[in-house]
Write a protein that binds this ligand. Structure first.
Ligand SMILES: Cc1cc2nc3c(=O)[nH]c(=O)nc-3n(C[C@H](O)[C@H](O)[C@H](O)COP(=O)(O)O)c2cc1C
Length: 288
C-alpha cells in the first residue's frame, strides 16, 4: 500500500482524508463512530461562544445527487465543544470557529489545529472570506492567540479568491480550505421524494435558502485549486464534492490538493474510508 501520511504545516496526519465540519461532529459518540482507520482528522462543528439553535427546520434536503443545507450554525457553544476535545484526546480533532478569539480555547483544550470558518454561506450574504483584509485580520488574530496551526476556510463565491488566499498566506495561515458549501436553494415539486411535509412550490429549506454541495460543484473546486496552486505556497485542502466516488477523489488529488475535507458521504450511508482505500488501490494499480 502507498504511503498515506499528509503534512499540513507542522501537522502530520496519518492520511489526507479529513472529515469536515458538520452537525455530526458536536458529540462524542458520533465522532468516535466515524473515526475509522483511514481518517486523518475530524473537524468539529463550527462553534460560537454561546450555544446556537440555528435556523428553522428543515436544515437539510435532497437536491440532485447531493444536499442542500441551512443549519444556521446550530452548536452547543465553545465550553461544551472543548469538553469533547478534552474527552477525546486519542482522536486528532480540529476546532472550527467563526470568531478568531475562540481559537485560544480550542488550542488549550488540545485541538491539533483550528479552522477559521470565514465562508459560512448560511448566516450572512456578505462574509469575511469575500474580503482580503478581513481574512488577513482573522488569521493574524487567531495566530496571535495560540500556537496550533491555523487553517482558513475560504470561498469561491462572489470574491477574488486569489487575493483572499494570498491574504491568508501573508497573515501566516498554515493552510487554506477551498472552498465551502455553495449558496443555493430549491423548491418542492412533488417529483422528488423528500423527508417531511411540504406543499408544492415551498422552498426545501426552512430558512428559504441555504447552500449546496455535490459532484457537480467539484469541477469548480478543481479549477480554483489548480489556479491557486501557482499563486500560493501553503497547502490547499479541497472540499465540495471531492469524495462522492473514487473518480472525485482521484481528480481532487490531480488538481494539487494535499487533503480532502468531506461530509456528505456520511449523510448518504457511504464510508469515506472505504472510498479512500479504493483510491490507494487505484494508485497501486496505476503505479502512481
Ligand atoms: C449538514 C452539513 C453541515 C455543515 N456544517 C458546517 C459547519 O458548521 N462549518 C463548516 O465550515 N462547514 C460546514 N459544512 C460544510 C462541510 O464541512 C464541507 O465543506 C461541505 O459539505 C463540502 O464537502 P462535501 O461535498 O464532501 O460534503 C456542512 C456541511 C453539511 C452537509
Amino acid at each position: 500500500m502507498k504511503k498515506t501520511k499528509c503534512k499540513i504545516g507542522s501537522l502530520e496526519l496519518r492520511t489526507p482524508l479529513i472529515l469536515g465540519s458538520c452537525d455530526l461532529f458536536n458529540n462524542v459518540e458520533s465522532i468516535r463512530k466515524n473515526y475509522k482507520d483511514l481518517v486523518g482528522a475530524i473537524v468539529l462543528k463550527t462553534t460560537s461562544r454561546e450555544p446556537r439553535e440555528g435556523h428553522k427546520k428543515p436544515h437539510m434536503a435532497k437536491f440532485g445527487d447531493n444536499l442542500l443545507v441551512a443549519s444556521g450554525n446550530a452548536n452547543p457553544g465553545i465550553d461544551a465543544m472543548c469538553k469533547i476535545v478534552r474527552e477525546l484526546k486519542d482522536i486528532p480533532l480540529i476546532g472550527s470557529v467563526m470568531e478568531p478569539s475562540l481559537a485560544k480555547e480550542y488550542a488549550e483544550a488540545g485541538a491539533i489545529a483550528v479552522e477559521l470558518n470565514l465562508s459560512c454561506p448560511n448566516l450572512e450574504e456578505d462574509i469575511p472570506a469575500q474580503h482580503p483584509e478581513e481574512v488577513f485580520e482573522a488569521v493574524k488574530k487567531a495566530k496571535s492567540l495560540c500556537d496550533v496551526p491555523i487553517i482558513a476556510k475560504l470561498t469561491g463565491w462572489n470574491c477574488n479568491l486569489r487575493q483572499t488566499a494570498k491574504a491568508a498566506e501573508e497573515a501566516g495561515a498554515e493552510a487554506i480550505v477551498v472552498s465551502n458549501l455553495f449558496p443555493g436553494m430549491g423548491f418542492y415539486t412533488g417529483l422528488v421524494e423528500q423527508e417531511g411535509a411540504y406543499k408544492i412550490g415551498e422552498p426545501l429549506l426552512g430558512r428559504g435558502y441555504g447552500a449546496y454541495t455535490g459532484k457537480a460543484f467539484l469541477s469548480g473546486v478543481l479549477l480554483m485549486i489548480q489556479r491557486l496552486r501557482k499563486e500560493i505556497k501553503i497547502p490547499i485542502i479541497a472540499t465540495g464534492g471531492c469524495c462522492n466516488d473514487l473518480d472525485s477523489i482521484v481528480q481532487t488529488f490531480m488538481s494539487g490538493a494535499v487533503a480532502i475535507e468531506t461530509v456528505t458521504p456520511l449523510y448518504q450511508g457511504k464510508d469515506p474510508s472505504k472510498l479512500y482505500r479504493e483510491y490507494l488501490e487505484w494508485r497501486e494499480k496505476n503505479d502512481i
